[in-house]
Design a protein around this ligand. Structure first.
Ligand SMILES: Cc1ncc(COP(=O)(O)O)c(C=O)c1O
Length: 381
């Protein structure tokens, strides 16, 4: 008898990022779909990993993360936000932000708990909520993707336990303002909610805007988990190292789930990151670096029929193709990849109900050569 298979995620197929990247590879298309850089990781960082591997840092790391890395992070956070987390009780190193999000959702979502988040949404929130018995409560935002906090308050029920925010936002490129964080703080306090704040693009923020981390709002932070990713900050998405920053009682709960999901994270990479973080130049100029890429991409698109939406942060640019085609965005992305050899992500995949706003998401974390070739094609459409 074959096993009784009950899929926990019956409607979930291969992620759109994998689908589009494969389609791009199959068609020889320029891949601006998946969010990863096509330029190299700093060789100094790679040398540091070699150094630590040779020095024998190859066995299990401590469950919460290598102490030197948590210490280095505490210092970076203290100068950035400023909030001085206790590295022993408030910082946990995870297998990328994905695991940080999953471990946090698992820690705070009991069966029947409602979890509010905003769509378009990064694709791992809803499955993680459901796998942990929670009920996803998406709030759909339309361009320009600003949050109506009264609408959020109206969605809060006695079963609501968690709100997930994401700033700078993937895919919309929107950055939350201080007023948003104040609204969130008020609601979190009024209804006793936990906030999971996905801040993986904390250092990719443009036009002089500031990143409004939950770490900057003491009352809000008391009931928050901030989630970060080294993959985004150091152009190394394949290393899958991230971390959470949360008050001690919340961190203790996150570590309970983390220890049974991965237990601990790649040791030599943690040691190398600890050394690398000691030089602020390694992370302080990222906004300038990526803003130049965004501006280059937009500049090269001048004269095209695509309309660019504002991108305040992240490394994604949304383009509306309304004047080019009436196709749904999924069909448009496929046509663009197969016929014109440029791959992008249809924004409808970030909505539970697959709302089509005639928008495609392009990743501009690419070399000027790649962006130049892609925009040359896009300009002609
Ligand atoms: C908003 C957002 N959160 C989380 C992640 C996952 O980060 P990581 O690769 O560190 O798991 C991503 C990756 O694209 C993202 O865009």
């Amino acid at each position: 008898m074959s096993p009784h298979l009950t899929s926990r995620l019956p409607e979930v197929g291969t992620s759109i990022f994998a689908v589009m990247s494969k389609m791009a590879a199959d068609c020889g298309a320029i891949n601006l779909s998946q969010g990863f850089p096509d330029f190299p990781v700093d060789h100094d960082l790679i040398d540091l990993i070699h150094k630590h591997m040779r020095a024998g840092h190859n066995q299990y790391a401590p469950m919460p993360g290598v102490s030197a890395l948590r210490q280095a992070l505490a210092e970076v956070i203290a100068t950035t936000y400023p909030y001085a987390p206790d590295p022993d009780t408030e910082i946990t190193i995870t297998a990328g932000a994905t695991e940080a999000l999953f471990s946090s959702i698992a820690a705070f979502t009991a069966p029947g708990s409602e979890v509010i988040f905003f769509e378009p949404a990064y694709d791992c929130y809803s499955p993680a909520i459901r796998l942990n018995g929670g009920i996803p409560v998406p709030i759909a935002l339309a361009p320009p993707f600003r949050i109506d906090w009264q609408q959020v308050e109206d969605k809060i029920s006695p079963a609501t336990r968690v709100i997930i925010i994401n700033t700078p936002h993937n895919p919309a490129g929107v950055v939350l303002q201080p007023a948003d964080l104040h609204h969130l703080e008020r609601l979190a306090q009024k209804f006793g909610l936990l906030v999971i704040s996905d801040e993986v693009y904390e250092r990719l923020i443009y036009d002089g805007l500031a990143h409004e981390s939950v770490l900057k709002y003491p009352a809000l932070f008391r009931q928050s988990v901030a989630v970060f990713s080294f993959g985004k900050t150091f152009h190394a998405t394949g290393w899958k190292v991230g971390y959470t920053v949360a008050p001690p009682t919340l961190t203790a709960e996150i570590r309970k789930t983390h220890q049974f999901i991965t237990f601990s994270v790649n040791t030599p990479v943690q040691w190398a990151l600890a050394d690398y973080l000691r030089q602020p130049a390694h992370y302080l100029n990222l906004s300038t670096f990526f803003q130049r890429k965004r501006d280059f991409f937009l500049d090269q698109l001048k004269g095209s029929s695509f309309e660019a939406l504002p991108c305040e942060g992240s490394y994604f640019q949304l383009l509306s193709y309304r004047t080019i085609s009436e196709k749904p965005d999924m069909a448009m992305a496929e046509w663009l990849t197969r016929t014109h050899r440029v791959a992008a992500i249809p924004v409808s995949v970030f909505y539970t109900d697959k709302t089509n706003h005639f928008l495609l998401r392009f990743c501009f974390a690419k070399s000027e050569e790649t962006l130049g070739r892609a925009t040359e094609i896009l300009r002609k459409l």
